[in-house]
Design a protein around this ligand. Structure first.
Ligand SMILES: CC(C)(COP(=O)(O)OP(=O)(O)OC[C@H]1O[C@@H](n2cnc3c(N)ncnc32)[C@H](O)[C@@H]1OP(=O)(O)O)[C@@H](O)C(=O)NCCC(=O)NCCS
Length: 379
């Protein structure tokens, strides 16, 4: 019997990130996530993942300028956006737009290492612009162009919400992007690496990764967690709600993890941010409900919250609509996906596992005119 879900299978080597699920530790290129969450920025982490070292100040300035300089989206995508905004969900819009973006990438079909680094940075730079433009269109508001003077996180909030965020809010978003930037061989990253291993192009690999992230068992969990908080609505209703859900064998979104058997170290920072943002905005209701859910789920099931649980209330406090929470995960993970794709190209072998056949054996082929519809299926 193969390992269902490939739980214990090591399917790639990477220098990008590492997890110790028993100790609840996460590193990017050997740097502890706690140090990165408190001292680094998304721009710096993007450089780290793509160059496998921290940048000097001038390198950091350069990558920040490159990202700021690549934020504009093509005229084709800008023209497509009003239709996408009416017809598709945010994740489907991202899947379609990032696939379409390949046609307008100045490096075209160049698969060289330098071209792929430029493509990677363009994808990281443009994803927030796509998301903000989509949201402005669907809410009948003017699209706000990127401001090259603002850092990645602050610029995204400004384009999305129409005003420059205060420093604390921008920094809080930046920290969440650092936390979401990479996470070993999760489902979407594995998808991207499988596609890259066929020597298909960067945009195809990213389109596949977005499709994998869309599912509620992966990136979709932060949105489901927010819907649950809103359904509960009051801290006094938490216990009955959770117990009822568990009794009906339904999962509590934002809890449990394939690798972490203790606290997800990213949740530690998101819990703190959820409390701080709630206090700053004078509305700690979502944090209090979340904290209570955490306690009840621990008592009932012994499960810890994962990255997506407190991300929900953090993003909600920033005024981010619930259905943009998974796309924000995507815009952060873009740094990791693209780095993994480049790492796969650099030392490639086609990823092609085996399957175990469990269907019927030695079947007798009956011509179609002789079949009576009651074909025997060997068990
Ligand atoms: C993340 C996740 C898919 C990991 O799954 P997995 O390693 O395949 O673990 P399983 O789904 O097989 O769960 C193992 C057991 O824990 C239970 N469990 C796991 N996560 C649970 C959750 N969030 N709520 C309730 N029970 C849960 C399962 O019901 C199962 O119980 P059982 O053995 O009595 O049937 C799973 O924990 C989950 O679905 N969580 C909710 C979605 C989520 O938050 N995803 C984001 C991940 S970062």
């Amino acid at each position: 019997m193969p390992d269902k879900g490939l739980e214990e299978v090591v399917a790639a080597q990477t220098k990008l990130s590492d997890i110790d699920g028993k100790l609840g530790r996460l590193w990017y290129v050997g740097y502890d996530i706690h140090d990165l969450a408190t001292q680094s920025t998304f721009e710096e982490v993007t450089f780290l993942l793509h160059h496998l070292r921290l940048p000097t100040q001038s390198e950091l300035d350069e990558v920040s300028e490159q990202l700021a300089g690549e934020r504009d989206i093509s005229g084709f995508l800008a023209a497509l956006m009003p239709t996408l905004a009416q017809q598709t969900s945010p994740m489907s819009m991202l899947r379609t737009s990032l696939s379409a973006a390949s046609a307008y990438d100045p490096d075209g079909w160049d698969q060289g290492a330098e071209a792929n680094l430029r493509k990677a940075l363009r994808l990281v730079a443009k994803t927030p612009t796509l998301l903000a433009a989509y949201h402005r269109h669907r809410t009948d508001q003017d699209v706000i162009l990127p401001n090259p003077k603002l850092p990645h996180a602050a610029n995204f909030l400004a384009m999305l919400l129409g005003e420059e965020p205060d420093q604390d809010t921008a920094r809080a978003l930046d920290i969440t992007l650092v936390l979401y930037a990479d996470h070993t061989l999760n489902a979407s990253t594995f998808t991207a690496r499988v596609i890259a291993s066929t020597l298909s192009d960067m945009h195809s690999a990213i389109t596949g990764a977005i499709s994998a992230l869309k599912g509620p068992l992966h990136g979709g969990a932060n949105e489901e967690a927010m819907k649950m908080l809103e359904e509960i609505g009051d801290v006094d209703r938490v216990e009955a709600y959770i117990k009822d859900r568990l009794a009906r064998k339904q999962k509590i979104m934002g809890f449990g993890h394939r690798v972490y058997k203790t606290e997800d170290p990213r949740a530690t920072h998101l819990r703190r941010l959820s409390r701080e943002l709630g206090e700053r905005h004078g509305d700690t209701r979502w944090f209090e409900i979340s904290e209570r859910i955490e306690k009840v789920v621990m008592d009932e099931k012994g499960l810890y919250p994962n990255v997506d649980f407190y991300a929900a209330s953090v993003y909600h406090s920033m005024g981010i609509p619930t259905d943009l929470m998974t796309p924000i995960f995507a815009l952060a993970r873009m740094a990791g996906w693209t780095a993994h794709v480049r790492e796969q190209y650099a030392d490639n072998r086609l990823i092609r596992p085996e399957s175990e056949y469990i269907g019927p054996l030695d079947q007798h082929y009956v011509p179609v005119e002789e079949r009576d519809g009651s074909s025997e299926v060997a068990s």
